[in-house]
Design a protein around this ligand. Structure first.
Ligand code: ADP
Ligand code: MG
Ligand code: MG
Length: 250
């Protein structure tokens, strides 16, 4: 079973219950959008997927290709091919993008296996071409003085270099102008295919004009209350979220 499966997930922070039984199946090869009003648990889901220790999983399972990942540390999940976009928004003084990318790629290798220079360089050249970035950018220090758009482009660069099997993108589009949005989408779309699955969390439909999802799910009050095709995102865009909030109360 090549899929990311979330089974009846209940999550809390402190004594506050946030997710109230999320169930979701994303087959490898598909990108699913998760939409929903603010404050209803979308980011919490992303953080639990990646293993943020602040969140307590009360019950439920997350199966990656059939394997429960809830007991795994974040780096182990990453080695299994899970990639959370924007997990490194920090500036790391003294580390260039090139160094960082090599370290990140190395971290995904099995012990004793090296990232070869040719493998690194060919991937890098390709990724920079997709992202319309000059090669010189990789000598810059990670995120130092980067604009919001550049930071996101850099995160997509990491994504392209790491060849993830499942991606989780949380509000990647927030604060992006249309040009940056197009480049970010181009990067994601270049990875699409039978070997990539994932979840794209977004409050607005705009991003989904560029990354057309296979399915759309709406989370309200910590549960998936509605699922559909890309047309569901359009409906939310024109009609707002009131009608799905009513579904949650029904
Ligand atoms: P969304 O991404 O849909 O906007 P979040 O998952 O960020 O929603 O948040 C859902 C709810 O959980 C909100 O009420 C938020 O304040 C609360 N929450 C999320 N993370 C924490 C945390 N670390 N501590 C306390 N409350 C949190
Ligand atoms: Mg929020
Ligand atoms: Mg959020």
């Amino acid at each position: 079973t090549h899929q990311l499966e979330i089974r009846d997930l209940h999550v809390s922070v402190g004594d506050k219950k946030i997710l109230n039984g999320v169930s979701l199946v994303v087959p490898k090869g598909e990108l699913h959008a998760i939409m929903g009003p603010n404050g209803n648990g979308k980011s919490t889901l992303a953080k639990v997927l990646i293993g943020d220790p602040e969140y307590t999983v009360e019950s439920g399972e997350i199966l990656l290709d059939g394997e429960n990942i809830l007991e795994m540390e974040p780096d182990e999940r990453a080695r299994k091919g899970l990639f959370l976009a924007f997990q490194y928004p920090v500036e790391i003084p003294g580390v260039t993008i090139a160094n960082f990318l090599r370290l990140a790629m190395q971290a995904r290798k099995a012990e004793g296996e090296e990232v070869g220079f040719m493998e690194f360089y060919q991937k890098l050249t390709h990724a920079l071409e997709v992202l319309e970035w000059p090669e010189s950018v990789v000598e810059r220090y990670l995120n130092a003085g980067f604009s919001g758009g550049e930071k996101k482009r850099n995160e997509i660069l990491q994504m392209l270099m790491l060849d993830p099997e499942y991606i989780i993108m949380d509000e990647t589009d927030s604060g992006l102008d249309v040009d940056a949005l197009k480049i970010v989408s181009k990067g994601v779309n270049s990875l699409r295919g039978p070997g990539l699955g994932g979840i794209i969390i977004t409050h607005y439909q705009r991003l989904l004009d560029y990354i057309v999802p296979d399915k759309v799910h709406v989370i309200v009050d910590g549960r998936v209350v509605e699922s559909g095709g890309p047309e569901l995102a359009k409906k939310l865009d024109t009609e707002g979220y009131d009608w799905v909030k009513e579904l949650a109360n029904a």
